[in-house]
Design a protein around this ligand. Structure first.
Ligand code: NDP
Length: 246
């Protein structure tokens, strides 16, 4: 399939998990792809090699989402390496769980910096480069709309903030022909939330389809939203969560 031929995409946190699957899927569909990472230079290089094996351009950029200058720099490096930008996928995220009595200020600040501020800053920087048909897609969480477990407060807060951000930005950028959407994964088998982890059975027990999703399940929806076919979809949220919130 080549519905993204000629498109240039930036995926934040593309070295592992859901972001890596998104980067590969966009490349499979014809896009050139830049991806950011924080620490996993080797894994990012591996994804770039896989993108190049598909005949697409791949670029890995070290850019800590907690660092505003790095976030802005990451967008500019992607634009310069790819010759422009059509698609931004705000995927990088962190989980700081735990009860209210145990949150540290650092937990609160890190959650807001990576899961919220970086999305705002990257979207603002990218919007200066996106043209008609541009796409901004953020990765939220099923916990943004319904918190079905204890200890998820900070994370749920941060992902819920992205819903309002998505709706507002969709209004702001709609007149320019740019769409802004959010995808809400449920339990997806990655390093952040392994299907064999201690909390996995409790998560499965809440789902209509009682198994973990694969990163590629999320990538498929992102590729659709990035495509021309989704031109009339904006300000919307899409749950891919095995029915946990039904
Ligand atoms: P992983 O922890 O498996 O991978 C995280 C990715 O984000 C890595 O590529 C990592 O880079 C990158 N990253 C993390 N922190 C930073 C940072 N400060 N700066 C730059 N890059 C960073 O997570 P998932 O793939 O599971 O999650 C991806 C997204 O999906 C997140 O937004 C998460 O909140 C969301 N999500 C995940 C769910 C799940 O069940 N897995 C459910 C719902 C939402 P590096 O390799 O360098 O560390």
């Amino acid at each position: 399939m080549s519905r993204l031929s000629g498109k240039r995409a930036l995926v934040t946190g593309g070295s592992r998990g859901i972001g890596a699957a998104i980067a590969l899927r966009l490349a499979q569909e014809g896009a050139d792809v830049a991806l950011t990472y924080e620490r996993s230079a080797d894994k990012a290089a591996e994804i770039v090699r896989a993108i190049e094996a598909l005949g697409r351009k791949g670029v890995a950029i070290a850019a800590d989402s907690a660092d505003v200058a790095a976030v802005k720099g990451g967008v500019e490096k992607a634009v310069s390496a790819l010759g422009g930008l059509d698609i931004l996928v705000n995927n990088a995220g962190i989980w700081r769980g735990g009860p209210v009595s145990e949150w540290t200020l650092e937990d609160i600040d890190a959650t807001l910096a990576v899961n919220v501020r970086a999305v705002v800053v990257a979207s603002q920087a990218a919007s200066a480069h996106l043209g008609e048909g541009g796409r901004i897609i953020s990765i939220g969480s099923c916990l943004a709309e319904r918190v079905v477990e204890q200890g998820a407060t900070l994370y749920a807060m941060s992902k819920a903030a992205l819903i309002g951000f998505t709706k507002g930005l969709a209004r702001d950028l709609g007149p320019r022909g740019i769409t802004v959407n959010i995808v809400h994964p449920g339990s997806t088998d990655t390093d952040m939330n392994p299907a064999a982890g201690a909390q996995a059975d409790a998560q499965r027990a809440k789902m209509a389809i009682p198994r973990y999703g694969k990163p590629d399940d999320i990538a498929g929806m992102v590729a659709y939203l990035a495509s021309e076919e989704a031109r009339f979809v904006t300000g919307a949220g899409f749950a891919i969560d095995g029915g946990v919130n039904t």
